[in-house]
Design a protein around this ligand. Structure first.
Ligand code: FES
Length: 208
Protein backbone atom coordinates (compact mmCIF):
# COMPACT_ATOMS: atom_id res chain seq x y z
CA UNK A 1 0.00 0.00 0.00
CA UNK A 2 1.41 3.41 -0.95
CA UNK A 3 1.82 6.14 1.65
CA UNK A 4 -1.07 8.06 0.06
CA UNK A 5 -3.40 5.07 0.14
CA UNK A 6 -2.45 4.33 3.74
CA UNK A 7 -3.17 7.90 4.78
CA UNK A 8 -6.54 8.11 2.99
CA UNK A 9 -7.57 4.74 4.51
CA UNK A 10 -6.59 6.13 7.87
CA UNK A 11 -8.57 9.33 7.40
CA UNK A 12 -11.55 7.27 6.29
CA UNK A 13 -11.43 5.18 9.50
CA UNK A 14 -11.56 8.29 11.61
CA UNK A 15 -14.28 9.90 9.51
CA UNK A 16 -16.46 6.80 9.80
CA UNK A 17 -15.93 6.65 13.54
CA UNK A 18 -16.71 2.95 13.46
CA UNK A 19 -13.35 1.49 14.40
CA UNK A 20 -13.51 -0.62 11.29
CA UNK A 21 -13.51 -0.39 7.52
CA UNK A 22 -16.33 -2.89 7.55
CA UNK A 23 -19.67 -1.28 6.70
CA UNK A 24 -21.26 -3.14 9.57
CA UNK A 25 -18.91 -1.39 11.96
CA UNK A 26 -17.40 -2.72 15.14
CA UNK A 27 -19.67 -5.77 15.44
CA UNK A 28 -18.09 -7.45 12.44
CA UNK A 29 -14.68 -6.26 13.49
CA UNK A 30 -15.07 -7.82 16.92
CA UNK A 31 -16.31 -11.05 15.37
CA UNK A 32 -13.15 -11.27 13.28
CA UNK A 33 -11.06 -10.63 16.39
CA UNK A 34 -12.86 -13.41 18.28
CA UNK A 35 -12.33 -15.80 15.34
CA UNK A 36 -8.62 -15.02 15.31
CA UNK A 37 -8.36 -15.82 18.99
CA UNK A 38 -10.45 -18.97 18.64
CA UNK A 39 -7.92 -20.32 16.12
CA UNK A 40 -5.24 -20.51 18.80
CA UNK A 41 -7.57 -21.11 21.72
CA UNK A 42 -6.15 -18.05 23.46
CA UNK A 43 -7.66 -17.58 26.88
CA UNK A 44 -8.07 -13.77 26.80
CA UNK A 45 -11.20 -14.30 24.68
CA UNK A 46 -12.98 -15.46 27.80
CA UNK A 47 -12.90 -11.92 29.11
CA UNK A 48 -14.53 -10.57 25.96
CA UNK A 49 -17.13 -13.34 25.92
CA UNK A 50 -18.15 -12.66 29.49
CA UNK A 51 -18.28 -8.95 28.70
CA UNK A 52 -20.64 -9.68 25.82
CA UNK A 53 -22.83 -11.87 28.02
CA UNK A 54 -23.21 -9.03 30.48
CA UNK A 55 -23.91 -6.60 27.64
CA UNK A 56 -20.75 -4.62 28.33
CA UNK A 57 -18.54 -3.22 25.62
CA UNK A 58 -15.49 -5.45 25.08
CA UNK A 59 -13.46 -2.26 25.18
CA UNK A 60 -14.65 -1.40 28.69
CA UNK A 61 -11.16 -1.73 30.26
CA UNK A 62 -9.65 0.37 27.50
CA UNK A 63 -12.42 2.96 27.86
CA UNK A 64 -11.67 3.22 31.59
CA UNK A 65 -8.07 4.15 30.80
CA UNK A 66 -9.27 6.68 28.22
CA UNK A 67 -11.45 8.32 30.86
CA UNK A 68 -8.83 8.25 33.60
CA UNK A 69 -6.31 9.90 31.28
CA UNK A 70 -8.94 12.28 29.90
CA UNK A 71 -8.35 11.02 26.37
CA UNK A 72 -4.81 12.42 26.41
CA UNK A 73 -2.73 11.32 23.44
CA UNK A 74 0.19 10.96 25.86
CA UNK A 75 -1.63 7.97 27.36
CA UNK A 76 -1.21 5.92 24.17
CA UNK A 77 1.18 3.35 25.65
CA UNK A 78 -0.95 2.90 28.76
CA UNK A 79 -4.01 2.35 26.57
CA UNK A 80 -2.13 -0.16 24.43
CA UNK A 81 -1.14 -2.02 27.61
CA UNK A 82 -4.77 -2.15 28.75
CA UNK A 83 -5.91 -3.38 25.33
CA UNK A 84 -3.29 -6.11 25.22
CA UNK A 85 -4.14 -7.20 28.75
CA UNK A 86 -7.78 -7.48 27.73
CA UNK A 87 -7.43 -9.18 24.35
CA UNK A 88 -3.99 -10.79 24.53
CA UNK A 89 -2.83 -8.99 21.40
CA UNK A 90 -3.44 -5.80 19.42
CA UNK A 91 -5.47 -6.42 16.29
CA UNK A 92 -5.86 -3.81 13.55
CA UNK A 93 -9.44 -3.24 14.71
CA UNK A 94 -8.34 -2.57 18.29
CA UNK A 95 -5.62 -0.18 17.12
CA UNK A 96 -8.13 1.57 14.87
CA UNK A 97 -10.50 2.00 17.81
CA UNK A 98 -7.68 3.47 19.92
CA UNK A 99 -6.57 5.77 17.09
CA UNK A 100 -10.13 7.01 16.68
CA UNK A 101 -10.68 7.66 20.38
CA UNK A 102 -7.34 9.46 20.83
CA UNK A 103 -7.69 11.28 17.50
CA UNK A 104 -4.34 9.96 16.34
CA UNK A 105 -3.44 8.62 12.90
CA UNK A 106 -3.68 4.82 12.79
CA UNK A 107 -0.15 4.79 11.39
CA UNK A 108 1.05 6.46 14.60
CA UNK A 109 -0.62 3.88 16.84
CA UNK A 110 0.65 1.04 14.66
CA UNK A 111 4.15 2.55 14.69
CA UNK A 112 4.26 2.62 18.50
CA UNK A 113 2.73 -0.87 18.89
CA UNK A 114 5.14 -2.42 16.40
CA UNK A 115 8.21 -0.64 17.83
CA UNK A 116 8.00 -2.19 21.29
CA UNK A 117 8.50 -5.96 21.41
CA UNK A 118 6.23 -6.05 24.45
CA UNK A 119 3.20 -5.60 22.20
CA UNK A 120 1.85 -8.53 20.19
CA UNK A 121 0.16 -7.83 16.88
CA UNK A 122 -1.00 -11.43 16.44
CA UNK A 123 -2.95 -13.76 18.76
CA UNK A 124 -0.52 -15.46 21.13
CA UNK A 125 -0.42 -18.98 22.52
CA UNK A 126 -0.88 -20.08 26.11
CA UNK A 127 2.89 -19.79 26.64
CA UNK A 128 5.07 -17.14 25.02
CA UNK A 129 8.78 -17.60 24.33
CA UNK A 130 10.59 -14.45 23.19
CA UNK A 131 14.12 -15.14 21.97
CA UNK A 132 16.52 -12.21 21.68
CA UNK A 133 18.30 -12.05 18.34
CA UNK A 134 20.30 -8.91 19.00
CA UNK A 135 23.96 -9.08 18.03
CA UNK A 136 25.30 -10.32 21.38
CA UNK A 137 22.67 -13.07 21.64
CA UNK A 138 23.02 -14.01 17.99
CA UNK A 139 26.76 -14.63 18.24
CA UNK A 140 26.13 -16.79 21.30
CA UNK A 141 23.88 -19.25 19.43
CA UNK A 142 20.45 -17.67 19.81
CA UNK A 143 19.74 -18.81 16.25
CA UNK A 144 20.33 -22.40 17.30
CA UNK A 145 17.81 -22.00 20.12
CA UNK A 146 15.24 -20.81 17.59
CA UNK A 147 15.97 -23.73 15.28
CA UNK A 148 15.71 -26.24 18.12
CA UNK A 149 12.32 -24.90 19.22
CA UNK A 150 11.03 -24.74 15.64
CA UNK A 151 12.01 -28.36 15.11
CA UNK A 152 10.74 -29.71 18.44
CA UNK A 153 7.40 -27.89 18.45
CA UNK A 154 6.83 -27.86 14.68
CA UNK A 155 6.35 -24.12 14.59
CA UNK A 156 7.99 -21.27 12.69
CA UNK A 157 9.50 -18.31 14.54
CA UNK A 158 6.88 -15.57 14.80
CA UNK A 159 4.03 -18.08 14.93
CA UNK A 160 2.05 -20.21 17.38
CA UNK A 161 1.82 -24.01 17.51
CA UNK A 162 -1.29 -25.55 15.99
CA UNK A 163 -2.62 -26.48 19.44
CA UNK A 164 -2.20 -22.90 20.65
CA UNK A 165 0.16 -23.94 23.43
CA UNK A 166 3.35 -22.07 22.49
CA UNK A 167 4.25 -18.91 20.59
CA UNK A 168 7.87 -18.58 19.51
CA UNK A 169 8.90 -14.99 18.81
CA UNK A 170 12.14 -13.32 17.82
CA UNK A 171 12.76 -9.95 19.46
CA UNK A 172 15.37 -7.22 19.24
CA UNK A 173 18.03 -6.59 21.89
CA UNK A 174 16.44 -6.84 25.32
CA UNK A 175 19.00 -4.48 26.78
CA UNK A 176 20.89 -6.95 28.95
CA UNK A 177 23.53 -8.30 26.62
CA UNK A 178 25.69 -9.60 29.50
CA UNK A 179 23.08 -12.36 29.89
CA UNK A 180 23.33 -13.47 26.25
CA UNK A 181 21.83 -15.52 24.87
CA UNK A 182 18.72 -14.37 26.65
CA UNK A 183 15.16 -15.65 26.38
CA UNK A 184 11.97 -14.48 28.09
CA UNK A 185 9.53 -17.33 28.65
CA UNK A 186 6.13 -16.34 30.04
CA UNK A 187 7.57 -13.09 31.35
CA UNK A 188 10.49 -14.75 33.15
CA UNK A 189 14.08 -14.04 32.13
CA UNK A 190 16.26 -17.04 31.24
CA UNK A 191 19.92 -16.02 30.97
CA UNK A 192 22.80 -17.68 29.10
CA UNK A 193 20.65 -20.35 27.54
CA UNK A 194 21.55 -23.19 25.21
CA UNK A 195 19.25 -25.00 22.76
CA UNK A 196 19.09 -27.87 25.27
CA UNK A 197 18.14 -25.78 28.31
CA UNK A 198 15.48 -23.83 26.39
CA UNK A 199 13.99 -27.00 24.98
CA UNK A 200 13.70 -28.31 28.51
CA UNK A 201 12.21 -25.05 29.84
CA UNK A 202 9.64 -24.83 27.05
CA UNK A 203 8.65 -28.49 27.40
CA UNK A 204 8.13 -28.02 31.12
CA UNK A 205 5.97 -24.94 30.50
CA UNK A 206 3.86 -26.59 27.80
CA UNK A 207 3.40 -29.83 29.69
CA UNK A 208 2.52 -27.92 32.85
S1 FES B 1 21.56 -8.72 22.20
FE1 FES B 1 20.28 -9.94 23.47
S2 FES B 1 20.07 -8.77 25.26
FE2 FES B 1 21.23 -7.50 23.96
Amino acid sequence: MSAGEWQSKNVEYIRQGTGSTDAKGSGAALKREAEERAKVGASPGAKEDSARETGESPYIQVDRVFKRCQYSQDALIEVLHAAQETFGFLSEDTMTYIAHELKLPLSWVYGVASFYHHFNLKPQGEHICNICMGTACFVKRAGEIVEALEHEFDVKAGETTADGKLSVNIVRCLGNCGLAPMVILDGKVHARQTPETMLRNCKEAVEG
